[in-house]
Design a protein around this ligand. Sequence first.
Ligand code: G
Ligand code: G
Ligand code: MN
Ligand code: NA
Length: 251
Amino acid sequence: HSLYFRLMEALDKGQIGVVYQPKFDRLGNVVGAEALARWNDPEYPCSPGTFIPIAEELGLIHKLGLRVLGTVCRDLVQNDILAAANIPISVNCSVRQLDHPDFLRNIHTVLGNYGIAPQRIVFEVTESVFADSGRRLSVLQSLQDNGHLLAIDDFGTGYSSFRYFRDLAPDILKIDQSFVRYIGLDPKCEIIVSSIIDLAHHLGAVVVAEGVETDLHGTWLRDRGCDVFQGYLFSRPLHLRDFLQVFTLGS
Ligand code: G
Ligand code: G
Ligand code: MN
Ligand code: NA
């Protein structure tokens, strides 16, 4: 598979970079950011929507995930503004990564290499972790026990079963864009979003809305008590330099 070798090479050459999408609190302060992988290949532009599933299929997602984490840690260390700011950075984590026997140890090693405190890293995992096994749940619990924060990504679109909240207490629930998009358009979606906000708060979790694109989305979500906002209304994913600017100046 030629893509296998290309992706392998890109990983080895450090051509997988990250961009940061800022997250804002109710007052407009930057309270975090999501690191999103980018494949910097001028010849074959390839979006993560394409190469992440390929990396998962070809067994390269573990390596890619560690690369992204390493890049984030490096940025946190090398940059005075970020180093001083106490905001956590989120990385996405595919379910496959949880199944790797060295997952927790490798994370520990990467953070140790850069001297990054575990509280600085949020792991965003989709609900597909719930589709199966206690083992994945226990890996997620270990992440939290080790001091990391845990977010459930795309909440409400996958295999959510309320039962899992008996065993797992995520720090953050992220409302999927597919619900946020219909705020003001579809009363059913509004009820779903409201319910997720209330559920998160009753469970003691922070709730993040994704895909906040319009003033209406923002106002509606704020009125319903949403804690954190992420989306094009506030900022697109940015290169580190631009992210730092937003971070320093506010929204
Ligand atoms: O910008 P966006 O196109 O970045 O991302 C598309 C999809 O790819 C999203 O579902 C996002 O969660 C996923 N993604 C982006 N970066 C990473 C990454 O570093 N690791 C994993 N596992 N998924 C990622
Ligand atoms: O699956 P995950 O939630 O990790 O994916 C995040 C994806 O959403 C990234 O591809 C990111 O670029 C994209 N994204 C971020 N904000 C917005 C937005 O306001 N609107 C849309 N359509 N996509 C967004
Ligand atoms: Mn995400
Ligand atoms: Na999402």
